[in-house]
Write a protein that binds this ligand. Sequence first.
Ligand code: SFD
Ligand code: AMP
Length: 627
Amino acid sequence: MANWETVVVNTDLLICGGGFSACGAATEAAYWAKKKGLKVTLVDKAAIDRSGAVAMGLSAINQYVGIRDGENTAEDYIRYVRSDLMGISREDLVYNIARHVDSTVHLFEKWGLKIWKDEKGKYVHEGRWQLMINGESYKVIIAEAAKNAIAAAGGEIFERVFIVDPLMDGNKCVGAVGFSTRENKFYVFKAKAVIAGMGGAVHVFRPRSVGEGFGRSWYPPFNSGSSAYFTLKAGAEMTCQEVRFIPVRFKDAYGPVGAWFLLFKSRAISASGGDYMVVRKAELENWKPYGLVKPIPANLRNYLGMLDTEQGLGPLYMETDEAIRNIAAQYKDDPKAFKKKMKELESEAWEDFLDMTISQAILWAAQNLKPEEKHSEIAACEPYFIGSHSGASGAWVSGPEDLPTPYKWGYANMTTAEALFAVGDGSGASSHKFSSGSHAEGRIAGKAAIKYIVEKGKEPKVDMAEVEKLKAKILLPLDLWEKHSKETTDPEINTNYIVPRQFLHRLQKIMDEYAGGVISGFKTSKALCERGLELMGMLKEDSAKSAARNHHELMRVWENNQRVMQAEAHIRSIHFREETRWPGYYFRADKPKMDDANWKCFVNCTCDRKTGEWKMMKKDIWTMPGV
Ligand code: SFD
Ligand code: AMP
C-alpha cells in the first residue's frame, strides 16, 4: 500500500464540505459550540473562499420570502414549491427553510454583500422570490463569516482534503475518512456528529460539451455526488433520486436565464419566431393541476421548448435585444435618457454573467454578440443532481421539531443514520432553497447537531481495523498504477487497470443512452433502465481496477465512484416510479402520463451497508394543514 501518513483528528462536530450549506452550518454551530465548549471541524476538498457552486459568484439570491415587509409568507413558499415540483415536496422542510431564510439574507448584507436597492431603499427584486446582488464575491463573504466563527470557537478548517467514506458504529455515524489532494496524508476524522454538505453531482451524464469543451457545465464540475455517496454508504434513506434537474441555459457557456426571464421580462422563441410558452399552452392541460399554476413549473417550461426542438423548430433563442428595447422604450421621447437607459441595461446584461458565469460573457465576446442587438441561443442542459435548485434528490431527513410532520425521528435535518445530518444539495425533497436557503438549512442543521451532541453525544467508537481497510481500498489506485504502468508503451492503455477519464466516459455513455440523457432526448423506459443497470454492474466491477498516477487522479477515481452511486440510485428510482411526472426533466417513454392515483408519493431508497442490496419504497406525501 502507498506509504501515506495517517492523521487522526478528534472533534465534536464534523462538517464535510465548505459550500453554502456547510458555511451556514459552521457559522451557526460554532456559535453554539463556543457556549458549550465543543469543537467544530470543517473539511473541504478545495479552498472555501471559492469552492462549490458559488465559486464564480452569483448575480441573484433566489430565495427571499420578505416576511418582515409582508411581501409573502412561508406558506406562500410551500405552495410555490409544491406546484413547481409537480406535487412532490417535503412541506415541513420547505416551511422550515422559508421561515428562516430572510434572516440569513439579512446576515449576508451585514457581512458585506451588496444587495441592489431601489430609490426607496427597498431590495430590488428579480422576481417574486429573487433579489438582485453584486455577487462576484458572494462566496468569499460567506466563507469569511464561517471561518471567523470557527476560529472564534477554537475549531479547525481543513482545505484540500477530499472526504470519501463515513465511519460507522452500527447505524451511527462517528466520523469520516478522506485524503489530502496535495500531501501524502490519509485523514481520519472522529466525531460525535457529522454534517454532509458536499453538494450535488454533475458529469454523471455525458455533458453537451465534450472534447475540448469537456468540463464545461452549468453545475460546478467539482461537485461529484460526494453527499449522496456518503449518506448512502452510511445506510441512510434517500429520497427523490429520480428528480434530476435540467436547466435551460444560454447554449454552450451555460449562462443562467433567470435574470432574462424575470428581470428583463424576455421571451424565448423558436427559430421560426414562435413563443413556445404561448404556442404550446394547450399542452399544459395534460399536466393539471400543476400545468395551470403560475409560474409554470420549471420542468414544464423546459418541456414546451423541447417539443419545439423535437419538431425541428430549433435553435431556440432568448430575445435579449427585444427585451432591452422594450424596457428602454419608456424613454423613447427623450434621446439622452434613452441612451443612458440603454447603457445601463447593457451593463446589467453583462454583469449578470460576469458575476456568476464568466465564461458566458467570454463566449458572447468571442462570438461578437451584443445582447442589445442580437438574440442568443438557449438549450436544455444535461441532467444534474441538485436538491437545492429545481431538482429534489438528496437524503431523507428529519423534520422540524415544532411541526406536526409525520417525518420526524429526533433532530432537524438528521438522516435515518444516527448523528449524520444532511444539508443543501445533500438533503432531498426541499427544493428551491438555492444559495440563501441552503445556508439557512445549514444553520438549522448546525444548531440541531450541537443540540444532539449536548444531549446524546458520546465518544465516537471507531474501529481502527476498519479504518485500515478503508485506507487500503482508497489508496489502491496509486498501487495499481505503480505496479503496472510501465508494462505498456502507452501507460493509459493497460489491461490491468482503467484510468479515471476512461471510466468516466463509460459511466456517462451508460447514463446518456440508457437513463435518458441528451442523446436519448431525455427518454428512457423500464427495459432501458434494466439494461443500464446491467452495464452499471459491470462498470462497478471494474471500479476496483481504477488506477491513479498522482493525488489529483486519486481524487478523480473517488469522484467517479461517488458518481456511480448517484447514478445507480437514479436509475433504480426512475425504474421504480412507473409514470412520467416531470416531463422536461425525463420521460418514462413506456409510461408517458402522470399517474396521481398510484404515484403521488415520494420514492425513497436505501443501499444495505453490508450487502450492497438496494431497497426501493414509496412514502406518503404530507401537506401542511391549511395550506
Ligand atoms: O441563477 C467536498 N445557484 C443559485 N442560487 C441562488 O441563490 N442564486 C443564483 O443566482 C443561483 N444560480 C446558480 C446556482 C448554482 C450554480 C452552479 C450556478 C448558478 C452556475 C444555486 C446555489 O449555488 C446552490 O443552491 C448552493 O450553492 C447549494 O449549496 P451546497 O452547500 O449544497 O453546495 P455547494 O455550495 O456547491 O458546496 C459544496 C461544497 O462541498 C465541497 N465538496 N468537500 C470535501 N470532500 C468532498 N468529497 C467534497 N465534494 C464536494 C465543495 O468543494 C464545496 O465547497 S442560478 O443559475 O440559479
Ligand atoms: P435560473 O436562472 O433559471 O436558475 O432561475 C433563477 C430563478 O428564477 C429561479 O428561482 C427560477 O425558478 C426562476 N425562474 C427562471 N425562469 C423563470 C420563469 N420563466 N418563470 C418563473 N420563474 C423563473
